[in-house]
Ligand binder design. Structure first.
Ligand SMILES: Nc1ncnc2c1ncn2[C@@H]1O[C@H](COP(=O)(O)OP(=O)(O)O)[C@@H](O)[C@H]1O
Ligand SMILES: [Mg+2]
Length: 309
């Protein structure tokens, strides 16, 4: 990938989600629990390449918070970029009411088992808005062991690994464990994917964002199993490394948060199947207030990491 092409694949803070249409489904990504699709997408101006499409209604074993998860992905990508990490370019699409001929033909070209799953996904998601992110084809899952094999990238990796832990602590995200890193190594940096479960305590509580924003105690066990836990622990006593992403999150202006939220479609404001309402306001209140608590939260994360060998 050329540097220019690679940059195009990643999200830029403040950039609105691309408005996409499914041209044809290409594959199902069955590694995780929600089985997102890979689809060739188009915009009003023409073909837009391959994107991961994450259906809000999930048929596999995984559960989804529906519209809340779509918003969590959009907000999660923004938080990662604010913290200094990469995250794939973001988009939104509305599942078509029915499959057209080109989609039918594309599905028939897939493996038999995949054909049925794809058709089912389109059926149960018809009319629903889905989160999309650029498919980073050459990306490899980030594994703790891989880091030792990349000595030439060590300083970048260390900064990114710490930023990943800081971003996850900020957004109450506990789904980036070594077993299932939800982070890839792409274009010589850590790129965070799958923010489906970011902010999840807000969905569960169905409560106000402001109350959870003041929670400064990261959940211990998942952070000890975090894909970046080892690197974070190695550098737990280097304040400058931690201060960089913390200061970036503290410095996010109100206007950036308000503009981000203003772009989320009104259809994403509620998930009736889960009894969740006021999603945009909840996340907005959370983001606005969370900035004041990120430093204390990260100090506590460092204490948790330092307390175990
Ligand atoms: N944008 C992407 N580029 C490359 N691979 C991806 C991308 N998004 C997801 N994947 C791959 O697909 C897997 C499942 O996607 P993910 O978004 O993690 O969904 P879930 O874990 O909810 O099923 C990931 O673990 C990763 O291997
Ligand atoms: Mg995943």
């Amino acid at each position: 990938v050329s540097a220019l092409a690679a940059a195009d694949m990643l999200h830029v803070a403040g950039r609105p989600p691309a408005r996409l249409r499914v041209a044809r489904p290409v594959d199902v990504l069955a590694a995780g629990s929600h089985h997102p699709l890979v689809c060739a997408m188009s915009t009003d101006t023409g073909p837009a390449g391959l994107w991961v499409v994450k259906p809000p209604v999930v048929l596999s074993v995984g559960s989804s918070y529906g519209a809340f998860s779509v918003v969590a992905e959009l907000a999660g990508a923004e938080v990662c970029v604010w913290a200094g990490l990469g995250s794939p370019a973001v988009g939104l699409t509305t599942f078509p009411p029915a499959l057209d001929d080109a989609m039918e033909r594309a599905i028939q070209a897939l493996e038999p088992a995949t054909q049925k799953e794809v058709a089912d996904i389109f059926r149960v998601n018809a009319g629903r808005i889905a989160f999309c992110c650029r498919y980073l084809e050459p990306a490899v899952d980030l594994l703790p062991a891989a880091i030792a094999r990349l000595p030439q990238h060590r300083s970048r990796l260390e900064a990114d690994a710490v930023a990943l832990g800081v971003a996850d602590a900020f957004m109450l995200h506990t789904d980036r464990e070594a077993e299932n890193p939800n982070a890839v190594w792409f274009d010589s940096r850590i790129v965070a994917i799958d923010h489906n479960l970011a902010f999840a305590p807000l969905a569960r509580a169905g409560s106000t964002g402001a109350a959870l924003a003041a929670n400064v105690i990261p959940t211990r066990a998942p952070f000890l199993r975090h894909v970046a836990a080892e690197i974070m622990r190695d550098h737990v006593k280097e304040p400058a490394l931690w201060d960089a992403p913390v200061a970036r999150l503290e410095g996010v202006p109100d206007a950036a948060i308000l503009e981000l939220v203003s772009r989320w479609p009104v259809d994403l404001d509620a998930e009736p199947s889960r009894g969740i309402t006021g999603i945009r306001r909840t996340i907005q209140d959370f983001l606005l207030r969370r900035r004041a608590f990120v430093r204390e939260t990260v100090d506590n994360l460092r204490a948790i990491l330092a307390s175990t060998p």
